[in-house]
Design a protein around this ligand. Sequence first.
Ligand code: P6P
Length: 335
Amino acid sequence: MPQKISLTRYLVEQQRQDGHIPSQLRLLLEVVARACKSISQAVNKGALGGVLGTAGSENVQGEVQKKLDIIANEVLIEANEWGGHLAAMASEEMDNIYVVPNRYPQGEYLLLFDPLDGSSNIDVNVSIGTIFSVLKKPEGCAAVEEKDFLQAGSKQVAAGYCVYGPQTTLVLTVGDGVAMFTLDREQGSFVLTDENVQIPADTQEFAINMSNMRHWDEPVKRYIDECLQGKDGPRGKDFNMRWIASMVADVHRILTRGGVFMYPWDKREPEKAGKLRLMYEANPMSWLVEQAGGAATNGRQRILDLQPSKLHERVSVVLGSRNEVERVTDYHSGL
Ligand code: P6P
C-alpha cells in the first residue's frame, strides 16, 4: 500500500527541496486548506444545516448572495486574519479589500478568493468550489491599499481551488506544476492523489454556455460552429459539450482529461470585457492551466499578462488544451 502523503508533508518537502514555498506561504496554504475543509462541511450539510437559499443581499457584482456565499467568505476571513502571514484579503463577496486588523501581526502576502464559485448550483446539489490566488505585498508597502492588489496574474506566488463534489479535492500550484489532494474524511486531512497534472494538448470536448450563441463575436461563433459540424466539417472529428456552470467543476474536468472552457465577451453588456472576474477567477485558473501544460487567453492576449485596473475587473476567458486555445486565439486574430 503506497504511503499516504498529506498536504502538510507535501508542502514541507516542496519547501525543503527547492525553497518554492517559504514558511509563511506554507502556513498560508495550510490555513486556506483548513478553511476549505470547513466550507466543505457546511456545503455537505445542505438543507440539514439550514444553509441553502439566498441571504437576501447582493454582492459588489450586483448578484444575489446565497447564504453559503457569505458563510464561506466569513470562514476564509476568520481563518486567515490572525496568523500573521497576510497583510490583506480581497473577495468576490466584498466591495473593498479587508486589511488585517491592527490587533494581529501583518504578513507579506495578499490573498484573493471567490469563496464559493458556482453559487447557482448550491441549491441543486451540483459541484461548487472555492478559488484562491496569492500575491506578495509590494516592497516597502506600509499600509496596504486596493492598488497593491492590482498585479498581473504572472505575479502570483500560489493559486488553487477546492471543488466540493463527490470528492472534496484541493488543486494547487506554487509554480512547480499542479498537484491534487483528496480530502480523507476519516483522517480529516487532504491526501496527495495526483501530482504533475498534465492537460492533453488536443481535445474533443468544449465547455461554453450555448444559450448565449446569438450574442457571441464572430471568431467564437466560427470555432463552435466548426466543432458542431463534427467529422464531416473542417475539424474532421466529432466534439462533445459540457457546461456545469461552475467554473471550478469545468476546470477540474479539463485538468483531469483535457478540454476547452470558454466564457467569451458577448454583446449583452458590451461595456464589460466578459462575465468572469480577472483577479480571483481567471488569474488563478489560468496559472493552474498553464502549469499543467495548457493555455489561457482572453481571446487575444495571455490572461496572466493582463494588467488589472480594478479589483473586480471582468475578463473574457478561453482556457484548456493548448492547441484548441491557440486555434480560438488565431480566429480572433483573423487567421
Ligand atoms: P452562466 C458561476 O456563477 C460563474 O461565475 C462560473 O463559475 C461559471 O462558469 C459561470 O459563472 C456560469 O455562467 O451564465 O452559464 O450561468
